[in-house]
Design a protein around this ligand. Structure first.
Ligand SMILES: Cc1cc2nc3c(=O)[nH]c(=O)nc-3n(C[C@H](O)[C@H](O)[C@H](O)COP(=O)(O)OP(=O)(O)OC[C@H]3O[C@@H](n4cnc5c(N)ncnc54)[C@H](O)[C@@H]3O)c2cc1C
Length: 229
């Protein structure tokens, strides 16, 4: 997404107009919060990707790619690997729901799902080149498998899937949630860090409060202008 200041119309300051490049036109027409304040017209001969949307509030939840918009680069990008077993793994009695975070380097995390899958990962590499990253998939995902076998020698399980992706890490390990001075009318929900899925959930609680003007004491922890970030 590319920000574009609104230079005309009644809501000049409160309602920025953003140019949407990648969102399909049908979704784009929904506008923010499902209450469209759109001027969803095709420009330049009706190219589908060339829309303007007018919204009172915009939330950027575009992950590490958001770095392309921000002047100050704040995060370190790396790649990580994960595996999942097929469902129905029988863990030993009393150890049915392992949640393990081994803080060694390279680290390892292991957890189970409600349908009895083992999910494990780690083996980070310090680059983001997609081809190089994907090429290492088979090799990198062998290690978590070996470690699980060592930890649970009596548990039999089968590998069902393995995957890799890029993730972003901030200096203090916390996400960025809230407004940014260069983007009036916008909120950001950037779940950067190893616990990004949890952070995304936290963002979903904080951002409605920020938009509605409700006090939220947690929001200061994740502001862009915090000292540790
Ligand atoms: C292999 C791996 C394993 C991980 N394991 C865990 C884990 O166990 N626990 C955990 O908490 N975290 C884990 N993470 C990290 C976690 O996935 C991220 O921190 C989290 O997803 C970040 O959430 P987000 O909403 O900020 O961004 P994302 O989840 O990256 O979502 C951003 C979305 O925006 C879309 N997007 C980007 N640009 C545009 C655009 N211009 N137009 C439209 N859409 C756009 C992207 O396609 C994407 O769908 C893991 C990451 C990887 C790579």
């Amino acid at each position: 997404m590319e920000g574009e200041g609104n230079s005309s119309g009644r809501n000049r300051h409160a309602a920025p107009v953003w140019r949407i490049h990648k969102i399909p036109s049908k979704q784009a027409r929904l506008g923010a919060g499902g209450r469209p304040r759109r001027s969803g017209r095709c420009r330049g001969g009706g190219r589908k990707s060339d829309f303007h949307i007018r919204a009172r509030h915009v939330v950027f939840a575009t992950g590490y790619e958001t770095q392309q918009l921000l002047k100050q680069k704040r995060v370190h990008l790396a790649s990580s690997y994960a595996i999942a077993s097929s469902a129905g793994t029988n863990f030993p009695k009393g150890r049915e729901w392992p949640v393990i975070w081994e803080s060694a380097r390279p680290y390892l995390y292991v957890r189970s799902t409600v349908d009895g899958r083992i999910v494990a990962g780690g083996e980070d590499v310090d680059f983001v080149d997609e081809a190089k990253r994907d090429h290492l998939l088979a090799r990198k995902t062998k290690t978590p498998g070996k470690k699980i076998r060592k930890m649970f020698p009596h548990v039999s399980w089968k590998l069902a899937s393995a995957w890799t992706g890029t993730f972003a890490e901030s200096k203090d390990g916390l996400p960025y949630i809230g407004p940014h001075k260069d983007f009036p009318g916008a909120q950001f929900a950037l779940g950067y860090g190893g616990n990004g899925i949890t952070f995304a959930t936290i963002a979903s609680a904080i951002i409605p409060d920020l938009i509605s003007g409700t006090h939220n004491s947690d929001s200061r922890l994740f502001r862009f202008d915090r000292k540790s970030g």
